[in-house]
Design a protein around this ligand. Structure first.
Ligand code: SAM
Length: 290
């Protein structure tokens, strides 16, 4: 088959392996063998931006250049999927509000403090959704609540902090929620209301980086949805160890609907709610709460 653009360098199999392994060891994202062409197409603009002749030079740049850290972020940016929207996976969110909220209210009632983490939050819709659901329940009105969103991509985090969204992000948002928690802007756009934003903050974090994970406070609930689908088993195990470490004993982990902990040997309990399955970090011996 004729090449799309003869003037652009082709990625050799060896260069593909080197680049794939480099990206994988940085962020756990696995680029499968049949995605060589996709990787080539997505990284061409980076070669052009840097004025490099071929992918061998690009690999050397990623390894040795003083700008290598920033460039690795740009490469990962080109290779990751940031698809997300408000109120994604409503069945799980209903189980979360109907069944976990009462448990969390009881459990943390003495301290009146709640910490939620949206790990791999993309442009922020998930973190704001959780804050809106907490507000909507009225159970936590006088509480010290923080929803923390983290992602490896600084570009999506900038969007998250701006908190302004268009119709595609709102495609699963009920009209009454739209009315209650968003302020209309010109051009069919909206901004998340300030009292919701006050509960939510964002930070840059590579989920595979154990050292920086200690910056994350101890959490009561972690949502890590539609992130680990892009990882292999070994990267998933590493991320799960980190998440488990950041959860309070008895804290919950909610994954995306196509994800589970089968064959990962992760030390979580499976909890059968009426509406969904979630995972829980085991309590400390003797049932100590914190
Ligand atoms: C498909 S989005 C999921 C967003 C949201 N959790 C949801 O379910 O709607 C996956 C996000 O994971 C992020 N991601 C991928 N690898 C990561 C890593 N190693 N550390 C942190 N975030 C990562 C991507 O940048 C992307 O924004």
């Amino acid at each position: 088959m004729a090449r799309f653009d003869e003037s652009r360098p082709e990625m050799t199999v060896e260069q593909f392996r080197l680049l794939r392994d480099h990206v994988y060891s940085h962020c756990g994202i696995l680029v499968h063998d049949d995605m060589k062409f996709v990787m080539e197409r997505r990284l061409w603009p980076r070669l052009e931006a840097l004025g490099l002749a071929d992918f061998g030079a690009y690999h050397r740049f990623l390894r040795y250049d003083v700008q290598r850290h920033a460039e690795l972020e740009a490469a990962v940016e080109s290779l990751t999927t940031h698809e997300t929207y408000f109120f994604r996976e409503p069945v799980q969110l209903r189980a979360f509000t109907d069944e976990l909220f009462p448990l969390l209210e009881k459990r943390n009632g003495r301290l009146k403090r709640l910490r939620l983490w949206s790990a791999g939050c993309s442009s922020g819709e998930e973190a704001y959704t959780l804050a809106m659901l907490l507000k909507e329940s009225r159970r936590f009105d006088e509480w010290d609540v923080e929803v923390y969103g983290t992602d490896i991509s600084r570009r999506v985090l900038a969007t998250a902090r701006r908190a302004e969204y268009g119709p595609s992000a709102l495609r699963a948002t009920a009209p009454e929620m739209l009315e209650r928690y968003f302020v209309p802007l010109p051009g069919n756009r909206v901004r998340v209301r300030d009292d919701v934003r006050a509960w939510v903050s964002f930070g840059h974090q590579n989920l595979l980086d154990e050292a920086s994970s200690h910056l994350v406070a101890r959490m009561d609930v972690v949502f890590c949805r539609n992130v680990m689908i892009y990882f292999d088993q070994s990267a998933r195990r590493r991320v799960l160890r980190i998440i488990r470490d950041r959860l309070n004993p008895g804290g919950y982990l909610l994954l995306g609907h196509s994800e589970n902990l089968l064959n990962l040997g992760a030390d979580f309990e499976l909890v059968h709610l009426r509406g969904d399955l979630v995972y829980r970090k085991p309590e400390l011996p003797g049932g100590e709460v914190r």
